[in-house]
Design a protein. Sequence first.
Length: 268
Amino acid sequence: MTTTICVGDLHLKHTHVLPRLDSEVQLHEVERVVFLGDACDDWQLGDDAALDELLYFKAWVQARRKQGLQVDVLAGNHEMPYLMDMIGPGTHVPIRGLVKQILCDLDLKCAAVVSGHLCTHAGVTRVWQAAYAQNAQTADELCATLNGYFADPDKWERLLTIGPGRGSGDVPGPLWADEHELLRFPMPGVNQIVGHTPVRWLSRESVAGEAQVWFCDTFSVTPYGWPQGEASALMLEEAADGKLEPTIAILFGDDEWSNLMRARMQSE
């Protein structure tokens, strides 16, 4: 049995979430953890607190990798402005150089494949694939293409296209596609795991070609600090015969996450 946990957008909540994740890793003998992007930026959090959270994240990732846990850290749309020396929504401008160095130290990539599922921040739509990855049809091929683009800054613009669902007129790209765009223009036959769009619960939607999409952004909060989701993670257990058993890892008890987020906002 191979077990992987996929974690949605943490947005500077690492000191709250990662200790609970450690417990799940030990309890279920997890071999791999995939973070689906948007480690950076959150509503009304100060620069010092943001830097503390990211340093904690970096230390956690590096320590767990040394211990033998495979940790994949994917880039989200909030990471890209730091990597590009630009200013985006929520960017902590005074510390952006320090944030960029932390992100580089995390060995980011754009995509991963877990048990045949393509993992990205926002998901690959068929209209983006038709425009920028015509020769990539499978999860593995798309993963290789996406990571190839991410490794070449001259090609980053291909990853950053924004569709109408997020306020622009381009094709919805793998760092910006909204849930509705991903369901309207799915990649036929490609199972996907994404974050980016806040959801109340981990949800699985069936799309074209008997494929499924998991939406995992359950840690995000509103501008007022109220949780939008239940703070859970997706656990995939793959047996030796290839049979896949998805389960939901609930990391916090009833009202616990809401109380933590309320206290966090009050402290700021």
